[in-house]
Design a protein around this ligand. Structure first.
Ligand code: AR6
Length: 169
């Protein structure tokens, strides 16, 4: 059984084995939580991401997939980068969003991570509606077969926190 916790705050301040990053397929950084993780984690993360682009992900990391790097100066051992879907009003991309959570936990299992912090993937720049994203996130983690003992959703604002809390109840 995986314990699910909710906290309001900045994911870059969390002490966990792995922090999940809402990245983009370039793996080379961006705004939002991605920018915050690279800023606080320092250049070692970007350096490893560049290496991954050069070796395994020449075309970028596909939507719904995940890959790990060092966490640099963050209080974690790894950052797991995953690429959420851009929200579409005409196409159901919930499966891709669920895949981000599932794949991140699979990578966490490979690493031996027992505590993992997630942001609300795709709910910022990628515009996924918060209530839908919260339902997909909570349900995906609940359904996952994983050795991760604790999943912490780290929600940046009250609206995100309330949406996740409502789904968890
Ligand atoms: N801690 C926790 N949550 C945060 C933080 C933080 N420090 N900063 C923002 N959030 P976003 P996306 C919340 O835009 O929608 C980037 O440019 C934010 O309020 O970071 O998946 C990437 O490079 C929102 O609820 O990610 C991609 O190009 C949630 O994190 C693109 O944005 C996700 O917002 C990915 O877009």
């Amino acid at each position: 059984m995986t314990l699910i916790e909710l906290v309001r705050g900045d994911i870059t301040r969390e002490s966990v084995d792995a922090i999940v990053n809402a990245a983009n397929s370039s793996l080379l950084g961006g705004g939002g939580v991605d920018g915050a993780i690279h800023r606080r984690g320092g250049p070692a993360i970007l350096e490893e991401c560049r290496g991954l682009r050069a070796s395994r992900y020449g075309k970028g990391l596909a939507t719904g997939k995940a890959v790990a790097t060092t966490a640099g100066d963050l209080d974690a051992r790894w950052v797991i980068h995953t690429v959420g879907p851009v929200f579409s009003a005409t196409e159901d991309r919930s499966g891709l969003l669920a895949s981000c959570y599932r794949e991140s936990l699979r990578i966490a299992d490979e690493l031996g991570a027992r505590t993992v912090a997630f942001p609300a993937i795709s709910t910022g720049v990628y515009r996924y509606p918060m209530q839908d994203a919260a339902r997909i996130a909570v349900d995906a983690v609940r359904a996952a077969k994983t050795d991760v003992e604790e999943v912490r959703f780290v929600l940046f604002d009250e609206r995100a926190y309330e949406a996740f809390a409502a789904r968890l109840r």
